[in-house]
Design a protein around this ligand. Structure first.
Ligand code: SF4
Length: 345
C-alpha cells in the first residue's frame, strides 16, 4: 500500500465524522447524500437527508412522487435540476426492473445527472469498488501533496487527477479511502489556512515542505457573470397572491415564481399600464431591492407590491398554500419575507 493511502486510512479510522449516510451502504441513500452535498454544507444536508429518505425510502417511491411535492422536499437546497434528474433516474431504473442503483460505472454514468464524480462516489462508498471520485477536496489535497500545476478548472483536469488517484486507491478499502478525502478536506486541508500541523500527510506533502500551500490548487479565472436587472411583482387580489409557473426549460425550469421581467419600469409606469389595460387597482407600492447570484448570471431585483381590484391571468394562492405547497426558488426569498409579513387572510 502507498504511504499516502495508509496515512489517509489510519487518520480516517480515528477521525471520521459521524454522519447519517455513513450508517448505511445502501447505494440509494449514498446517492441522495452525494447529490445533496454537491452544493450544500454538511450540517444543512443532515436535516434534508433525514426528511428525504423518510418520505422516499427507495427508488420506487422517488419515481412515483408528484413533482410539486418533490420540489417542496428539496426547497432550500437550490439547484432543482438535481432532484428532477434524480426522479428521472428513478423512473428509468424502476421501468427496467431495478429496485436500487446499479453497481457498474457504465450503467450509472448513463443515467441523467450522474457524472463521473457521483458514479465514483456511489461505486467506491456503497460498493467498495476502486473507482476514483474526484471533488474539490481531492483536487486540493492531491494538488498540494504532489504540487500539481494543472489547473483544476480545465475540462481535462478530472482525467488528469484520476491518474494520481488510480495509483493510490486501495482495492479493499475504497469506501474509506474516498471518504477520507472528504473529511481531511473539510477538517484539515481546508482551502484557506490549512491545518498542516495536524495533517497526517505533512511529512511528504510537497506544498507544505516547500511552503507553497496557498498556491494550490491552480484555478484558471472564470468567465464574468452576466448581470440582469429584474422587476418582481407581488400581485395581491382578494387576499391571494399571484404566482405563475416558469417554462419547463432553462433557468429554474418549471418552478413557481412571482411574475417578473426585465422592463424599465417605475411605480407610476406600472399604474399607467394597469390603467391603460382597464385593470382596477388599489395601490402600487415600491419594495426593496435584492440580489441573487446564479452560477452564470446575477439578478439585481426591484420589487413592487400591487393590490388589484380586478384579477389578472395568474395562479392565485393563499398565503398558507404559497408556503406549504409551492416551491418558490430562493432567488425570490427577499420577496417571500415581504409576503410573510403581510396580513392576508
Ligand atoms: S500538509 Fe497541509 S497542504 Fe499538505 S495535505 Fe496536509 S493540510 Fe494539505
Amino acid at each position: 500500500m502507498e504511504w499516502i493511502t495508509k496515512q489517509l486510512l489510519d487518520w480516517y479510522s480515528l477521525n471520521k465524522r459521524d454522519l447519517p449516510w455513513r450508517h448505511t451502504k445502501n447505494p440509494y441513500f449514498i446517492w441522495i447524500s452525494e447529490i445533496m452535498l454537491q452544493q450544500t454544507r454538511v450540517e444543512a444536508v443532515k436535516v434534508y437527508y433525514e426528511r428525504f429518505i423518510k418520505r422516499l425510502p427507495d427508488i420506487t417511491e422517488l419515481a412515483s412522487i408528484e413533482e410539486d411535492e418533490l420540489l417542496k422536499l428539496w426547497e432550500g437546497l437550490g439547484y432543482y435540476s438535481r432532484v428532477r434528474n434524480m426522479q428521472k433516474c428513478a423512473k428509468i431504473l424502476v421501468e427496467k426492473g431495478y429496485d436500487n442503483l446499479p453497481s457498474t460505472y457504465q450503467e450509472l454514468i448513463a443515467l441523467p445527472g450522474i457524472g463521473r464524480y457521483t458514479a465514483g462516489a456511489i461505486l467506491s462508498i456503497a460498493f467498495n469498488q476502486s473507482i476514483p471520485a474526484i471533488d474539490g477536496n481531492v483536487y486540493r489535497i492531491i494538488s498540494r501533496f504532489y504540487v500539481l500545476e494543472e489547473s483544476i478548472s480545465k475540462a481535462s483536469s478530472y482525467a488528469y487527477y484520476a491518474t494520481y488517484i488510480n495509483r493510490i486507491i486501495p482495492i479493499a478499502y475504497s469506501s474509506d479511502f474516498t471518504q477520507s478525502f472528504m473529511d481531511l478536506g473539510s477538517l484539515i486541508c481546508i482551502p484557506k489556512n490549512p491545518r498542516c500541523g495536524e495533517c497526517p500527510l505533512k511529512e511528504k506533502c510537497q506544498a507544505f515542505l516547500q511552503k507553497r500551500v496557498e498556491k494550490y490548487p491552480f484555478i484558471q479565472k472564470k468567465k464574468e457573470q452576466k448581470i440582469e436587472e429584474r422587476n418582481v411583482y407581488l400581485y395581491i387580489y382578494q387576499n391571494k397572491i399571484g404566482i405563475r409557473k416558469r417554462e419547463d426549460k432553462g433557468l429554474l425550469a418549471s418552478m413557481y415564481e412571482f411574475p417578473n421581467d426585465t422592463k424599465s419600469v417605475s411605480s407610476i409606469a406600472i399604474e399607467n399600464d394597469l390603467f391603460e389595460n382597464g385593470i382596477s387597482y388599489e395601490q402600487v407600492l415600491e419594495l426593496g431591492e435584492s440580489k441573487h447570484v446564479f452560477s452564470h448570471i446575477i439578478w439585481y431585483m426591484k420589487g413592487y407590491l400591487i393590490y388589484l381590484k380586478d384579477p389578472i391571468d395568474l395562479l392565485w394562492v393563499s398565503k398558507t398554500d404559497l408556503f406549504s405547497r409551492y416551491s418558490i426558488p430562493s432567488a425570490f426569498s427577499y420577496y417571500l419575507h415581504v409576503i410573510q409579513k403581510l396580513e392576508l387572510k
